[in-house]
Design a protein around this ligand. Structure first.
Ligand code: OGA
Ligand code: MN
Length: 287
């Protein structure tokens, strides 16, 4: 099998894939190679991709079933015709830049906290594919942190302490942290919390990973404050600069990341500037 030409972007993970037009891969011909490269690099950047909505969704489907994320609450109406396409933009249904107090824009701000997509549901997300259409001149980068490297760097005593611990993840915890309390009881009921081990083995690479991020709201069988402090300490460890790749977007960039292996966050930008990306997501297997 021809393997992808990958140019590393960071000492521990992330690579740019060169010489590929993903429009030629809608038939699934690259799926196995992408998966193999994802197992190694966890973040792949494809530059200059000209994919319309349906092509992005078709390519995504070659990698597995579509994850619907938080669409039931956040995106009841959409600019997109593809049901699973997630609007990562600051514009409304008429393509006008939203006011900064627009509830949909406020809800999106939680993307600027370290997280793993859909870790608040079962199944969670495997891959996210984010395509940049319009980007800002300054800010608005996306950062990724390698949870395999972060695990490897944990002192043995910490590993012994956290192996076997279970965290509870909720879709609304990150939003509550930002004092975004626009959610109804019905919203909360649509996404009840789920539990995941903090330490997991990645099925592709067999490497151990930390599965944490701002959706994790407590540790099972621990007082909430104690659990939160542990989660905060692990997050601080795991997002040190040596484990972080920062992606500066250009229009046409398609970035794929493995939510089982990395955390990510958006960076602040001037909300009055138009920023339009769209995300399709592959669901993980049910655990
Ligand atoms: C996402 C996300 C961050 C960003 O699309 O899942 O968290 O930079 N995006 O927009
Ligand atoms: Mn995200």
């Amino acid at each position: 099998m021809r393997s992808l030409q990958c140019k590393p972007l960071h000492p521990v993970f992330a690579a740019e894939v060169e010489g590929i037009d993903l429009r030629a891969a809608l038939d699934g011909s690259l799926a196995a190679e992408v998966e193999a490269a994802m197992d190694e690099f966890a973040v792949l950047v494809f530059r200059d991709q000209i994919l319309d909505e349906s092509q992005q969704m078709a390519f995504t489907r070659t990698l597995g079933p579509i994850d619907m994320g938080l669409l039931k609450v956040l995106q009841t109406k959409s600019r997109f015709k593809e049901a699973g396409m997630i609007d990562i933009s600051n514009v409304d249904l008429d393509s006008q830049v939203r006011e900064r107090d627009d509830p949909k824009l406020v809800a999106m701000l939680a993307n600027q906290l370290w997280h793993s997509d859909s870790s608040f549901k079962q199944p969670a997300a495997k891959y996210s594919l984010l395509l940049a259409c319009i980007v800002t001149d300054h800010g608005g980068e996306t950062e990724f942190a390698d949870m395999r490297a972060a695990f490897d760097a944990l002192p043995d005593a910490n590993v012994a302490e956290i192996e076997g611990l279970i965290a509870e993840h909720s879709a609304f915890h990150s939003r509550m942290q930002l004092d975004d309390a626009q959610y109804t009881e019905a919203d909360l009921a649509l996404y009840p919390p789920v539990q995941w081990p903090i330490v997991r083995e990645h099925p592709g690479s067999k490497r151990k990973t930390l599965y944490i991020g701002v959706h994790a709201q407590r540790i099972v069988d621990r007082p909430v404050p104690e659990g939160r402090l542990l989660l905060a300490e692990l997050l601080e460890h795991a997002t040190q600069r040596e484990f972080v790749y920062r992606h500066h977007w250009r229009p046409g960039d398609l970035v794929i990341w493995d939510n089982r292996a990395v955390l990510h966050r958006g960076r602040r930008y001037d909300l009055s500037q138009r920023r339009e990306l769209r995300r399709s997501t592959v669901e993980d297997i049910k655990h």
